[in-house]
Structures are given as C-alpha cells and as structure tokens.
Design a protein around this ligand. Structure first.
Ligand code: SF4
Length: 284
C-alpha cells in the first residue's frame, strides 16, 4: 500500500510561499494514501494557471492541458480506462471562465471522476485580474473601480447541473480537506469539490485569518447531505462560509450505461481483428 511520500514529485514547486495550493497538494496526496491508491493507478489532469502546475508536483500519471480544458481531457482518459482514478483540478478562472461549459456537462453526465476547483477568486498566474468568482466590488488590477459583476458560485453551479457529490473545503484545514477529497474520490459518480485557496500575492484582502473567521463545518450543524434544497440554501450563504459535504446521492454512473465498456474498459478490448483501413481512406 502506498504512503503519502510515494506521491512526492522530484520537481521543485514554484508557487509563492504561503500559497493555498500547498495545502491542496498535501491533502490530495494524503487522500490517495488514505484510499490505498498506487501512483500508477491515478491520473491528475489540470488546465492552465498557478494551480494547473499540480500534475508536475505529484507523482502520479498527469496531464496539463490547455486553459479551461481539464475536464474534456479527464473525460477522455476516464472513458478510455475507467479503472483508473481520475482527478481533474484547476483554478476558478480555468473552471468557471472558459471551462464553465465543460464544468456543467461533466456534472450532469455523472462520470465517476473527481473535479477540484482551486478557488482563490483571482487570476493569479496572469498577475491579478478579476476572475469569475471574484466578488462584486473587489478592486483588482483589471477592475480598479471595483468588480462590476456578481460572481459565479461554483457549488451552486454543480448543484444546478446535477452533480451527485458537491462539497467545499479550505486549504488551511488539511485534515478536513484530505477527508473531503478521499470521500469525493470514493463516491461512485462525479464528485465536485470547491476549495477556498488563499492567493497570498494578489488577494491580500482574503487572508487565511478571514477564512478561519468566516468558515463553519456542515457536519457540525446537522446538515442533511441528501437534501438538495438544503444544499442550495447552504451554497448561497454569504455571511458565513460553510465547508464540508453539501450534497451526496447515488445515481447510475455514465459508464454503467454504455454496454460496450460497462464491464470492461475500452483499453482492455481486443482490437487486433478490427480493420480500420476503410475509415482511414476517408482522410487520404
Ligand atoms: Fe499562489 Fe497566488 Fe502565488 Fe499563484 S500568484 S502561486 S495563486 S499565491
């Protein structure tokens, strides 16, 4: 059985000291170890952004895609071999900006994958522009008079799109986040986890202390995760910020409904006797 250190990458981590991405990385490795997963059975897929570098910093199979496209790549990998554990991960700009359509479709399909948004409410890699989750009125480099738009609420999007596991964690509470990610991966169906991830460089107005002051845990207030309407009410709270599992139900997963791959992953089918020359001719 693999330990946390088995997931350590030899590459130097380039995030700013204190970045919330460190907590997510530690929690992700901890969740893999907690579930007894081996590095060769896990694929971490990202888009572009500070957090998009995470496949380099963890020793599993990995794929760093293009901006907003972590989920299409993760979907393809999962459909090719659904025996692998596939985790897609990316920032709020990546998933709620250019990748928003992919986010919603992945949720409604109930693919058995996990999707994590590193939600720091800013475009960090491109040095501090307002992102889709930046709250109205916040001053950033691209919004010197305050952001004029209302933000996207990622857990609410996931709930509206039909996700069967919706949660939120905080990168400053690694044991809680580790447990949440492990539960998301263990969930049979799509698991979405929004993670509060302080950007210590471009969002100094959103420090760890503010999150700690505002956050409370759903499991400590008797929240019922099988109640969709209760989950929506928690997701739209603004005065206090709930973390934990908002919603979890079981529904048929995508691959169980595709006869050809239901019992055997695509990569394990024998294709040696299939003649594809007539299809190739179309492109010649
Ligand atoms: Fe992290 Fe922000 Fe630095 Fe990017 S810019 S590495 S999000 S602290």
């Amino acid at each position: 059985m693999a330990s946390v250190s088995d997931f350590n990458s030899p590459h130097n981590i380039t995030w700013c000291p204190g970045c919330g991405d460190f907590g997510i990385l530690v929690a992700l490795k901890g969740a893999f170890a907690k579930l007894g997963l081996s590095p060769h059975n896990v694929v971490v897929v990202s888009g572009i952004g500070c957090g998009g570098k995470i496949p380099h910093f963890i020793r599993t199979y990995g794929f760093e895609g293009i901006h907003g496209r972590a989920l299409p790549a993760a979907t393809g990998i999962h459909l090719a071999n659904h025996e692998l554990t596939v985790v897609a991960i990316g920032g709020d700009g990546d998933g709620c900006g250019i990748g928003l359509g992919h986010f919603m479709h992945a949720m409604r399909r109930n693919l058995d994958i996990t999707y994590i948004i590193q939600d720091n409410e800013i475009y960090g890699l491109t040095v501090g522009q307002a992102s889709p989750t930046t709250k109205k009125g916040v001053i950033t480099k691209s919004t010197p008079h305050g952001t004029p738009e209302d933000p996207i609420n990622p857990p609410l999007v996931a709930l509206a799109a039909g996700a069967t596991f919706v949660a939120r964690g905080f990168s400053g509470d690694i044991p809680h986040l580790t447990d949440l990610i492990a539960k998301g991966i263990a969930h049979r169906g799509v698991a979405f986890i929004d993670v509060f991830q302080p950007c210590v460089t471009w969002r100094k107005d959103l420090p760890y202390e503010l999150y700690q002051k505002k956050i409370y845990k759903l499991e400590e207030v008797g929240h019922d995760p099988s109640d969709w309407q209760a989950a929506v009410k928690r997701a739209i709270e603004t005065e206090r910020w709930p973390i934990g599992i908002f919603y979890q139900v079981q529904k048929p997963i995508y691959t169980d409904q595709i006869p050809f791959i239901k019992d055997k992953p695509l990569v394990k089918h024998d294709i040696s006797n299939i003649d594809i020359s007539k299809y190739l001719e179309e492109f010649m």
